[in-house]
Design a protein around this ligand. Sequence first.
Ligand code: BES
Ligand code: MN
Ligand code: ZN
Length: 496
Amino acid sequence: MKINVETGKIENVKTDAAILPVFEDEKPGRIAERVDKALGGTIQKLIKRGDFKPKVGTAALIYPEGKIAAERLILAGLGKRADVTLDRLRQAAGKAAPYARMSGARNFAFVTDGFGLDPQESAQALTEGSVLGLYRFLKYKTDEENDRKKEVEEITFLTEAASLVRTMQKGVSTGEVIAGATVMARDMVNHPSADMTPTVIAGIARDIAKKHKLRLQVLEKKQMQRLGMGALLGVASGSAQPPKFIILEYRGGGKKPFIALVGKTVTFDSGGISLKPPENMDRMKDDMSGGAAVLGAIRNAAALRLPLNVVGLLPATENMPGGSAYKPGDVLTTLSGQTIEIISTDAEGRLILSDALAYACTYKPAVIVDIATLTGSCRVALGQEATGMLGTDEKLKQKMREAGEKAGERVWEMPLWEGYYDLIKSDIADMKNTGGRDGGVITAAALLSKFVQKYPWVHLDIAATAWTDKDRPYTPKGAAGIGVRLLTQFLRDFKS
Ligand code: BES
Ligand code: MN
Ligand code: ZN
């Protein structure tokens, strides 16, 4: 897909569809007014009659029939002017772009003047919204009649201010990079687990490393044994797929300390011997969403040449039952030396993360961020509207909150108070891997906190946000690619 920035008046642009943003609480703005005049008042009529209410994420189609140069005019609702945010631009574009495609357009021109927001950031948000809203996963559709051929090929963001073009182009290229990495993460998560094994993910990491000249190390089972990654090996023991421990380093920050990003990469979570119920078990192919987010963020750090050193750590394995599988009652010795009694083999994420977090500490990192589809209880607490956040460092949590607001991937904090640690005390080992139903998000994070030493650390529970059950403005049903934009924004704003 080609994305351009051009100057000109929308009335004169020859395009399959002109997209015109409209605010809810005011008469059509300056540009819309001109267009409306050219059309003989159709826009006003639509709004007055109540046939089009310009709330965020609504759209209406008008055939201009030669009165302006475009084949179609699409009105994109933006809500109240006072409430306009970058994320609302993303949402408006995310709705209007697939609406244009559905109506038959193969290209469209988007009016970008008059939002009252930073023009570079606006261009970035509109690019992200368009690309992510147009996303589809058609890899396994063989039907000749499918929509694959009907893709939008070209997008033009239009401004009447020639002086803004260069600035907007910068926003567009940033948006293209970030949306591209998000699409990669969505694709990885949407793939069936049979085709997205630890080995395949290591290959994807290798491709990223090659493209951006990054250092990649993939530890095999033998090396894990030598190092003593007993938790990762325990979880992997029931699977026929060999586990991988993927280490991807981006060095753009000279002698600065590393930022460590750790992503849970369980390519399928059956629950193991503590087998999950069959209902929705197919969804458990998304249990590698944390790893996909980390790969996306590292790819972005490299593509955007951020002045940072970042290491991505992906403990990758399946969680399967079998004759050699680990069992409830077993005690695993982790890389850190601490022991964990297994109560449920379905609480596997915290186990593989305990080894990865201990490994992260060997970098003496500035901060450690882990991201994981860790607990169903996070969904009970927050639903699909926010990612759960817990951590040990106030400044770090604040930075993550701000990144979330900006990226449109919000996080919400939950407490890590002392009392919760009582729930994971074990009679025979240093701790146990579940703390019962109470505060499940928190007891999982409490266990993780025992493996980060004194390094500033934040944990992101994306169990509910990695996958969306309904179409959202720029996130169609399925894998959301969650975390890529959040972590990328966090890195872009990071000051060591
Ligand atoms: N991968 C799951 C968490 C999950 C559940 C993600 C639902 C997405 C949707 C995780 O490994 C898990 O099974 N957690 C258990 C922990 C329990 C056994 C303490 C859970 O949340 O039920
Ligand atoms: Mn599990
Ligand atoms: Zn899991």
